[in-house]
Write a protein that binds this ligand. Structure first.
Ligand SMILES: C[S@@+](CC[C@H](N)C(=O)[O-])C[C@H]1O[C@@H](n2cnc3c(N)ncnc32)[C@H](O)[C@@H]1O
Length: 430
């Protein structure tokens, strides 16, 4: 077949260039490629990894740029009371600071909260503030799978009720349970059928870990403290992170790192983790971090920033798998929505993109695809009354009050860096 003119001339130009330059000819090039020395192999490997890390760096930069843009559109306009904040938390780095607290209070401010469910008690920070802000509350339920959180939150709520809230224990029926929020429906049914009919007015899910969990080395959640590879939110569960690392099939380990950690280096890490089994396996967070440090040092992304980011992604992946967090979240959003009364609101705070995607999708699914960006008179009334509502998606059964999520103000991020990745989404039952 005749060669197109442009290709032919390009070929002859290349030939001429090769014959006049110090480059080997085409045949020589192929021989050269096959007789590549060990030193050159290493050089090529370095070049390849440099190219890979350059493109990864570019991708990282693009991601950061996109994040800055999104943040600009979603940042909360609510400034934090800095004096109050330092009075409450001072220099105490161990205390758990409730994230987006003012914003959560705004979400429920216009709802007469006769009944409220906090699915993630933690240190009870959100619950205590919501109970204080709603003296009309008659029925409160708090859940957590962690016995330490359960105990701390219970004490905090009792403290609030004993103080100046205008509420007393007999006005308000308080039920705190050591339970997974996936059983929210049965918990409510077991306590009393009435709250489910017509339903509860407010539900909050503040996902992820509390500072008490991260700061306790024995729980194995922290990249920076040495402890057992545990990562169970519920100490009664049987699966630990070390079971996954030492016993699960190779490709399952890789899948977790790829899908739950969004770690680009997942395959190399999978191979190293599986290889470590030959010498007794991994049993402490330090051993896992050491393995990650060794596997990131050959790339340009080595250095403290590189390995800490990778280790954070690997720890996130293991934590999600140990606690089956994504499936639990997905199913529980539907259960929580079912428990709402008409006009009731479900608010969810997430801390990474996998969680946020699930919440966004589930909300849109509930709105039933017939939803549309609303400029209806209802939306105008909402906007007038509640300045935090910017755009809604309205459907026959529900209304997503946050088309875009709400993210912390700059002052909150500065005062509580843990809040940096938080996103708040809210849905209201019609
Ligand atoms: C970020 S903390 C909540 C902090 C709380 N909002 C506060 O103001 O102190 C998240 C809590 O949710 C709990 N948790 C996580 N997954 C859970 C689940 N599926 N069911 C119940 N509790 C869960 C954790 O044990 C942890 O105590």
């Amino acid at each position: 077949m005749a060669m197109p003119a442009a290709t032919a001339s390009a070929k002859s130009l290349l030939k001429r260039l090769l014959s006049h330059s110090s480059y080997p000819t085409a045949t020589k090039i192929s021989n050269y490629r096959f007789s590549i020395s060990a030193t050159n192999k290493a050089t090529y490997a370095t070049l390849r990894s440099k190219n890979k890390s350059t493109s990864e760096n570019q991708r990282e930069k693009q991601k950061q740029k996109a994040e800055v843009l999104v943040k600009r559109r979603t940042r909360s306009e609510r400034e934090i009371d800095e004096e109050g904040f330092s009075r409450e938390y001072g220099n105490d780095n161990s205390a758990h600071v409730p994230v987006l607290l003012g914003e959560v209070l705004d979400v429920f401010a216009s709802v007469p909260l006769k009944s409220f469910v906090d699915c993630t008690l933690g240190a009870g920070g959100h619950s205590a503030a919501i109970i204080q802000a709603h003296p009309e509350m008659e029925f409160y339920v708090g859940l957590d799978v962690d016995p330490i959180a359960h105990q701390i939150a219970q004490a905090r709520i009792n403290d609030v009720l004993g103080k100046d809230s205008g509420l007393s224990k007999k006005d308000l029926r308080v039920h705190t349970h050591l339970k997974n929020f996936r059983s929210v429906k049965t918990v409510l049914q077991d306590i009393d059928v009435n709250p489910l009919n017509p339903g509860v007015q407010g539900i909050l899910m503040d996902l992820g870990m509390s500072s008490m969990q991260v700061n306790n080395a024995e729980r194995g959640f922290s990249v920076l403290c040495d402890g057992p590879l545990d990562m169970r939110m519920n100490p009664q569960d049987s699966l630990r992170a070390e079971d996954i690392l030492n016993l699960w099939p190779d490709d399952e380990v890789g899948r977790i790192l790829r899908d739950y950690g969004e770690e680009s280096n997942w395959f190399s890490l999978q191979k190293r983790i599986v290889r470590a089994r030959l010498t007794g396996g991994l049993h402490s967070t330090n051993e896992l971090v050491g393995l990650i440090r060794n596997s990131t040092s050959w790339t340009k992304k080595g250095g403290r920033q590189g390995w800490i980011k990778t280790a954070t992604r690997v720890f996130q992946a293991l934590r999600i798998a140990v606690n089956d967090e994504l499936n639990t979240l997905k199913n529980s959003i539907y259960s929580c929505f079912d428990c709402l009364a008409s006009g009731g609101r479900l608010a969810v705070i997430t801390f990474h993109s996998l969680e946020d995607r699930i919440v966004k999708q589930a909300f849109l699914d509930i709105v039933n695809k017939e939803g549309h960006l609303s400029n209806s008179p209802k939306f105008e009334t909402y906007k007038e009354k509640e300045a935090w509502i910017k755009q809604m998606v309205q459907g026959p059964n529900a209304c997503v009050l946050t088309k875009r999520p709400i993210t912390p103000s700059e002052s909150e991020e500065r005062l509580n860096p843990r809040s940096r990745s938080a996103k708040l989404r809210v849905i209201e039952k019609v």
